[in-house]
Design a protein around this ligand. Sequence first.
Ligand SMILES: Nc1ncnc2c1ncn2[C@@H]1O[C@H](COP(=O)(O)OP(=O)(O)OP(=O)(O)O)[C@@H](O)[C@H]1O
Length: 247
Amino acid sequence: MISIQSLSFDMPGSTKSKRILNDINISIGKGECFGLVGESGSGKTSILKCLAGQFQGWEGAIAIQGKSLAETSLKERSNTMQMVFQDPYGALHPRHTIRKILNEPLAIKGLSDKSERILKALKDVGLDETFLPRYPHQLSGGQRQRVAIARAIILDPDIILLDEPTSALDVSVQAEILNLLTSLHRRHQLTYLMVSHDLGVIAHLCERVAVMKSGEIVEVVSRDDLVEGNVAHAYTKVLLQHALSRE
Ligand SMILES: Nc1ncnc2c1ncn2[C@@H]1O[C@H](COP(=O)(O)OP(=O)(O)OP(=O)(O)O)[C@@H](O)[C@H]1O
């Protein structure tokens, strides 16, 4: 479904460029939920940005459903792949109603059954039509993230890129959004690539996880191995110790 081979990316700078991804290799199967963990600045979000087309000029090969990303237009890409961000407030236009926010991707595609699709997407994320005339600031953080998820699934993509989807939310709401993501994953046969710094969140949702450090993957571990502490790399052991000490 997603194949990333020898992905490297240099961030252009005013005097010299800085390597932020180095020789990344990941292969994700259809319907799999794959996690990316690692310290801040290790390059997790940058991988999502290369996939989503926000970073250009990377080296290597990325293929989605066997098709090279370099030969895929942004429009085609948005049919297949959508992204959900950490901060749902920043991701939703503050002066657009929920109806307008959800209508936008449908209007771009010129679809005719818009109202039907909007109601279905709202229902899929546990909201109803009473939310349609409201503005993002009238919603709670969890409700805003539900709207952002509804917008991501409204065009029936195969892949969702999730960038810390629960970390801006209150602890009590985090579990609700995680459960929603789990049920959507199952019901829509979605493939997830999810960034998180929280090993608990990763263990809840992901079957496998790549551990990143300084722009490189140090190891890929299964959920079972992660939960049992059966990891090889010293850096992963440190991450696990930090996670346990926070519990
Ligand atoms: N737009 C940008 N301009 C300059 N440098 C950037 C930009 N985006 C990312 N970087 C740099 O690239 C490196 C990787 O950043 P990235 O956001 O991918 O890390 P991350 O692992 O997702 O971190 P975090 O958990 O803090 O989001 C960092 O050193 C960061 O400073």
